[in-house]
Design a protein around this ligand. Structure first.
Ligand code: PLP
Length: 274
């Protein structure tokens, strides 16, 4: 038996498992540019001195200009990878990004039901370059099966409209909170006209909490992943929700302020400044 051999060959003191860094399970897609997706999650976790576990939902063919194609994992393979990992480790928080297809989204719902850990969900419905990343069936599964598990949802304006079918921000947020999300941070960068970007944190019990920052001049790839992952890192470090979103917004802004144009499209965040 493989396990028996492995464990008998290691120093018994190693078996005293301790971990001091907060741990986050990132569930998302792989972006070969490194701007978005799992690589963005891991870079953000490292910058926050958190440990990242990762389950990859799909590979993608993409550049800094746009996403060309998604290659979702087989549902059974994905579930087996989750089973093996989660039989061993016990993450403090879960952060979910691009899911890839309905089967994987349903598998994620099963994992969350069993794991019973707090969740940040970035509902990635379209790429900044314009490519749709979630069709109507996946939007339905997100609404019905995933939102009830979510402690913090981080939609932009367009995602809030598509998730709820409601055109105005306030009714859309009310609907998302009614679906079971603890908090919704509605981000504003995708549709801000002036010199400031405003993100707002909503819940059913507290007044809306507005956060503003100066609008930066370029177009960025992976800003939403960075923000949601930074929120998960802050929350895993026991910050309150307001503290977490404020610190995460600051981290994201700095990563965009020092972003680099490495290809012919969007700038890539720099998450190595801490
Ligand atoms: N690819 C992957 C794997 C992602 O997770 C995301 C966003 O979360 C994107 C592409 C799109 O990123 P953006 O909207 O910043 O272009």
């Amino acid at each position: 038996m493989l396990e028996g051999k492995f464990f008998s060959s290691i120093d018994p003191t190693f078996m005293l498992i301790t971990h001091s860094s907060p741990t986050i399970l990132f569930i998302g897609g792989h972006d070969p540019t490194g701007g978005a997706g799992i690589q963005a999650d891991i870079e953000t976790a490292v910058a926050h001195h958190c440990r990242a576990y990762s389950l990859v939902t799909c590979l993608t063919a993409q550049s800094t200009q746009n996403v060309q194609r998604l290659y979702p994992q087989d549902r059974c393979d994905f579930l087996q990878q989750a089973d093996v990992l989660l039989a061993d480790v016990n993450p403090d928080w879960v952060k979910i990004g691009l899911m890839g297809d309905v089967d994987i989204a349903l598998a994620i719902a099963d994992i969350l039901a069993e794991l019973n850990k707090p969740v940040v969900l970035d509902p990635v419905l379209a790429a900044g370059g314009g490519r749709e990343l979630a069709g109507p069936a996946l939007v339905r599964v997100m609404n019905q099966r995933l939102l009830p598990f979510v402690d913090l949802l981080t939609p932009n304006q367009a995602e809030a409209r598509r998730l709820t079918g409601r055109q105005k921000p306030q009714p859309a947020v009310e609907r998302l909170l009614d679906q079971g999300c603890g908090y919704v941070m509605l981000t504003g960068a995708d549709e801000s006209a002036g010199s400031q970007v405003m993100n707002t944190l909503y819940s059913q019990t507290e007044d809306p909490y507005h956060l503003t920052c100066p609008k930066l001049p370029d177009v960025y790839h992976g800003s939403g992943c960075t923000l949601a992952s930074a929120c998960a890192c802050q929350l895993a470090q026991h910050q309150t929700m307001k503290e977490a979103v404020q610190a995460a917004q600051h981290f994201t802004w700095r990563s965009l302020e020092t972003a680099e144009k490495t290809g012919q499209g969007q700038h890539l965040p720099n998450r190595r400044f801490i």
